[in-house]
Design a binder for this molecule. Sequence first.
Ligand SMILES: *Cc1c(COP(=O)(O)O)cnc(C)c1O
Length: 497
Amino acid sequence: MEVLYRSTRGNGSTVTASNAILKGLSEDGGLFVPDQIPALEVPMEQLAQMSYQEVAYEVMSRFLTDFTEEELKKCIQSAYDQKFDTDVIAPLVKADGAYYLELFHGSTIAFKDMALSILPYLLTTAAKKNGVTNDIVILTATSGDTGKAAMAGFADVPGTKIIVFYPKDGVSPIQEKQMVTQKGDNTYVVAIRGNFDDAQTGVKKIFNDSEMKAELADAGYQFSSANSINIGRLVPQIVYYVYAYANLYKTGQIQPGEEINVVVPTGNFGNILAAYYAKNMGLPIKKLICASNDNKVLFDFFTTGTYDRNREFILTTSPSMDILISSNLERLIYRIAGNDPEKNKVLMEELTKDGAYHITDEMKAQLADFYGNYATEEETAETIRKIYKDCGYVIDTHTSVAATVYGKYTKETGDTAKTVIASTASPYKFTRSVMEAIDEGKYASMGDFELIDQLSEISGVAVPNAIEEIRNAEVRHNTVAEVAEMPAVVKNILGIK
Ligand SMILES: *Cc1c(COP(=O)(O)O)cnc(C)c1O
């Protein structure tokens, strides 16, 4: 059955999957959502025998229905290959009473690789299918991980350019070094004086600027997005929840049909929305546990029904979750508003105007699948230390936010259902915070790369390639700009007067 996509703020008109991927964001400022969530339909016995790539095909082909089998399989084979340091792509590690789904075995060692290693293939295939002759300019705002993963995916891909904006003081030293050393003649990195929300809002504004769109078209360019507002990011993220479940089934850790919980450290609400879509496809998921750091706007939302970004933006040790405007929540709001674009639009306009909105009790009642909580900085560090001491397993700060919230959830509810925790980054990406959590006195005075070697020693995990690569890499990008200058920076890069 064909799945079409419509905007969360639109008039009901639909586009094909490949068109939704090409556009990134709808012209009316809304996000594309599938007009139905397809059923998974493949028996678990079968999924359990499949490779990651095979599961990816089963899941993605149900959403991206205008891609041919040959096209989609080619995209999948090109994406999930030797770039990952393990054949299983997303291993499941049992530790401390939960299953850690390690989503950081790709080329930039964060979970963004799971979708961004395939997005360039989906996008260039979509361009070909739709007869696009313009070069595609990928505009990306990043809280640290998307930018690098998107550049790694798009570097030197013919017919594309990629421009990444990141908050100057809002990313980890390793994240920054990974970005500013990025190779490729079509990659551009710009630090902005502002936070992630400023970067994301700036990018959305450029997308909705019709004058700029026309200027770009004249110069032979069109924009698309590598942020999780692009449906081409979201669909590949559904795959690993199905794969994880199939893995638990295959290894006899769960019975047929047994419900599991999923815990996701959340920022822009993309990863957890993918888990929600997996549940709606029929995957037996009990609770979707949404974990926030001190920027706990989502916890407050799930508790009170009020989304309120009017608060201090806090820089934490889990910078990829330092976000107050969770873009993908709009897709959930649209759904619990009865797929009503008008109702959704009113709320999103209130968010833009007043920085807050309130949902009705009727809408709130539909959020029963979700549980929200948050972890403070101290709790996050304590959990890293405890799991290391008890199990010898080292997790990163973002994953620790999730593990901490899972602890709060079981304490509150007594729920003993098997639980998968999305492990979204390698501890090597946030080495300083991780090592100082383990033993501040011992590690605080050491340099970044000294800490990396120490981490390897205590964890027994070899230093990943992504880190070795940047040890002595040359800095290639050093542009810093004000938020207001973002459109000018883009024009300058593209040589538009
Ligand atoms: C991006 C990111 C997150 C947040 O994911 P969302 O899909 O934005 O909710 C969590 N952890 C890490 C390491 C990330 O890079």
